[in-house]
Design a protein around this ligand. Structure first.
Ligand SMILES: Nc1ncnc2c1ncn2[C@@H]1O[C@H](COP(=O)(O)OP(=O)(O)O)[C@@H](O)[C@H]1O
Ligand SMILES: [Mg+2]
Length: 225
């Protein structure tokens, strides 16, 4: 079982959005996922209610996630996705301690990029692999990424943050899908949003394989702490 934790001290960076879209992308009856909403704001819980299918399963956590993670393992869950609040609440550190890998979403702005450092320190302290994912970015033009995305990458490189080479573009489809309780692929299977979420998932899988010692490490985006 693998545990993917979405963490960043910046509200609005895309933790809940990525957790919901990736879970919808991955969940199959044969490969069950569990969502853990550890944010009292309850964004993921709201999406799950709108979804109305109870699949993937969702549990809420206020103080710790360890017991939920252990139970998921016993139940044969393959992937656990944990959404966390943008605070210093102990549940964030607890989630990171239970992570296979931590995803740190960041919008491509100066303040946003700078704010990932605190979460990186938490990952390093817990010796957990992590990667930054640029989210809410302007769309690429003719397959060339926007200047502000390039600048964000340069800033992240300065503090040696591992960053996914792709981006999740700011797309209405991602929002509209959430409003229907869906993931990007369910909402518009051939859309660009679905294709970016699919690519992000492939990168996470490559990293997790490498972390588990099962892959070549080629294309892995994380840094082991
Ligand atoms: N790539 C994106 N495209 C469009 N809207 C986005 C994108 N990422 C996030 N949003 C929207 O921005 C807001 C904040 O995102 P959210 O996932 O709630 O951030 P966090 O959980 O980190 O606080 C939400 O309304 C969300 O749907
Ligand atoms: Mg959130």
């Amino acid at each position: 079982m693998n545990v993917i934790v979405f963490a960043s001290r910046k509200g609005g960076s895309g933790k809940s959005t990525l957790a919901a879209h990736l879970a919808a992308h991955v969940h199959k009856a044969t490969k069950p996922c569990l969502l853990i909403d550890a944010d009292p704001q309850g964004s993921l819980t709201l999406w799950h209610k709108l979804r109305g299918t109870n699949e993937p399963l969702l549990k809420t956590a206020t103080r710790s996630v360890g017991e939920l993670v252990a139970a998921a393992k016993r139940d044969g869950i393959e992937w656990v996705f944990i959404d966390t609040p943008p605070t210093v609440a102990p549940v964030v550190e607890d989630a990171i301690r239970n992570a296979t890998m931590v995803i740190i979403p960041a919008r491509p702005g100066v303040f946003d990029v700078n704010a990932v450092q605190e979460t990186i320190l938490s990952c390093r302290a817990a010796r957990k692999p992590y990667a930054v994912v640029i989210n809410g970015a302007p769309a690429p033009r003719d397959e060339v990424e926007s200047r502000i995305v390039t600048l964000a990458r340069e800033a992240l490189a300065k503090f040696r943050a591992p960053v996914w080479t792709g981006q999740i573009t700011n797309r209405a489809d991602l929002l509209l899908a959430l409003g229907h309780g869906e993931g990007a692929k369910e909402y518009s299977p051939d859309g660009r949003a679905a294709s970016e979420i699919g690519r992000l998932w492939a990168a996470i899988e490559r990293s997790v394989k490498a972390i588990r010692g099962a892959g070549t490490g080629n294309g892995a985006m994380h840094k082991a702490a």
